[in-house]
Design a protein. Structure first.
Length: 95
């Protein structure tokens, strides 16, 4: 079992903060990540909260794909499966 709590900065409470987290389990494997939304991105027109939350969602999806029977075979051949999950999630962010 695990748990988490997110306490946003008082100035960002109305938006729910800019950070995100993900904890997911699939076929006996557990994946967890914390994503720090970078407030300075707002100056570039990027919503840091939306970016962090979308990336968290993509990470969970890619982890679930890798945790499937077919994905596990691929993961066993991968020297750095967590990096692969991150790269795939990031690539899907651009879609």
């Amino acid at each position: 079992d695990c748990g988490w709590s997110s306490i946003p900065h008082p100035a960002k409470v109305d938006r729910g903060g800019e950070d995100a987290h993900v904890v997911c389990r699939c076929n006996g494997a557990t994946f967890s990540a914390v994503l720090d939304g970078v407030g300075g991105w707002a100056e570039l027109g990027i919503d840091p909260a939306l970016y962090a939350r979308t990336l968290a969602s993509r990470l969970a999806h890619e982890f679930a794909q890798m945790a499937t029977k077919e994905g596990k075979r691929e993961a066993w051949r991968d020297d750095r499966p967590l990096l692969t999950i991150l790269q795939k999630a990031f690539c899907h962010m651009e879609e």
